[in-house]
Design a protein around this ligand. Structure first.
Ligand SMILES: C[S@@+](CC[C@H](N)C(=O)[O-])C[C@H]1O[C@@H](n2cnc3c(N)ncnc32)[C@H](O)[C@@H]1O
Length: 386
């Protein structure tokens, strides 16, 4: 196996060994004569291979020492505001539990539970589904240190129960799911694949004959050479959850757009990106297992999957509007006069401003059996854009 070249970046010996091991595993899956791996399969291995995948092999992803910072790590006021939304639902349906998918470092759960405790609206249970055993450990450590008195409410599940009643939350989960990448050619659609040349991984493309994209972009008239992604994994995840949700709400928070904005003519290269130590890049074959890979979310596709499976699409808005409707500024005001107030000002701006996370991040609510409007969409609901 050839050594991975590392321009401008010094990998530790351990990192070098890990990325080489995963490269060998991926190459072995392709075999000497192919067939090549679809990009989804490659991305799944790069992020979630049980031993060497990005999310599976080190818990140091989040924060300034890792590769990225997410909203719960910026300020606890993010989680406190989401807590207000969860509290509204729990107050109306005290029998509901809360289920968080992909809890990362655990900060969102801590902030939500603290807020629900203040509101005297603690749920009967707070369950977590986390694919990474290392992150599960990190979550447990944080909960034991920060909210030891609430530990009895928290548990981890392998999968969502067959009939779940409650609030399901996912912050930046969908953007971490493996995507299929396509290119519009003169002959129709081709998909990006990962092949091997000897021991080296290379990107290639092959014609798409399975009809998966045939009528998806009918109204969009994509130009030849247009490249982008489709997140079939996330669509299947929404359909599966819809089948399991007896009653309650699914709140999906992520960066993304409605379909017309996602596949805008000017977004010719799509939204796929890799992150390594806070710098973005677009070469997925650089350091498999060491760099994060992500793509924005087509929220129209999520809403369609939910609608087809019988859920109500109950709200869609920007993160800024959602947080403001859930009382983010009132939460900030409560800190006025303390050092925490000054510390929170920058992160709150980042959460709200269009140049930060305020506009690109959206919140989508999918519900079953809820007959009241959700707090977070009370000032602005842009479902008409989906
Ligand atoms: C980008 S991180 C976001 C973490 C956290 N929600 C936050 O906002 O900081 C994605 C998280 O989702 C987890 N994850 C990815 N796919 C998953 C799946 N299918 N089921 C459960 N967790 C998953 C990852 O291990 C990681 O914790």
């Amino acid at each position: 196996m050839s050594k991975i070249s590392t321009p401008n970046v010094l990998l530790s010996d351990h990192e070098q060994l890990r990325t080489e091991a995963l490269t060998r595993i991926i190459a072995a899956q392709i075999g000497a004569d192919g067939p090549a791996l679809g990009f989804e399969q490659f991305m799944d291995l790069a992020l979630y291979h049980p031993d060497h995948g990005y999310y599976m092999s080190s818990a140091e992803k989040f924060g300034s020492a890792g590769d990225f910072v997410t909203a719960p790590g910026l300020t606890s006021l993010f989680g406190a505001s989401i807590g207000n939304q969860v509290g509204q639902i729990i107050d109306a349906n005290p029998e509901f539990g809360v289920l968080e998918y992909g809890a990362g470092a655990g900060q969102l759960a801590v902030a939500i539970l603290r807020q629900l405790e203040k509101l005297e609206s603690l749920p009967r249970c707070y369950e977590i589904i986390e694919i990474s055993p290392l992150l599960r450990d990190r979550q447990m450590e944080l909960f034991a240190a920060e909210i030891p008195h609430l530990l009895s409410l928290i548990s981890w599940l392998e999968q969502c129960p067959a009939e779940y009643c409650g609030v399901i939350l996912a912050n930046e989960l969908l953007d971490a799911m493996p995507v299929m990448r396509f290119i519009k050619t003169g002959q129709g659609f081709a998909e990006l694949v990962v092949d091997r040349k000897g021991e080296e991984l290379i990107l290639d493309q092959r014609g798409l004959t399975d009809g998966r994209l045939d009528d998806r972009f009918d109204s969009l008239a994509l130009e030849v050479d247009y490249r982008s992604e489709v997140n079939f994994t996330a669509e299947a995840w929404v359909s599966d959850l819809a089948a399991r949700l007896g009653s309650g709400a699914v709140l999906l928070i992520d960066y993304g757009y409605s379909r017309t904005e996602f596949y805008h003519p000017q977004r010719q290269q799509g939204t796929f990106l890799c992150y390594f130590r806070h710098s973005g890049a677009d070469d997925p074959l650089r350091y498999p297992g060491l760099q994060d890979m992500t793509a924005h979310v087509d929220f129209t596709a999520m809403a369609e999957a939910a609608d087809e499976a019988g859920l109500d699409v109950s709200g869609f808005t920007t993160q800024a509007n959602f947080l403001l409707s859930c009382g983010l500024l009132e939460q900030l005001e409560l800190l006025n006069g303390s050092d925490d107030y000054l510390d929170a000002l920058g992160p709150v701006k980042q959460l709200l401003l269009p140049g930060g996370m305020g506009e690109t991040f959206k919140v989508l609510a999918l519900t079953r059996g809820l007959d009241y409007p959700l707090l977070g969409f009370s000032t602005r609901d842009i479902r008409h854009t989906l």
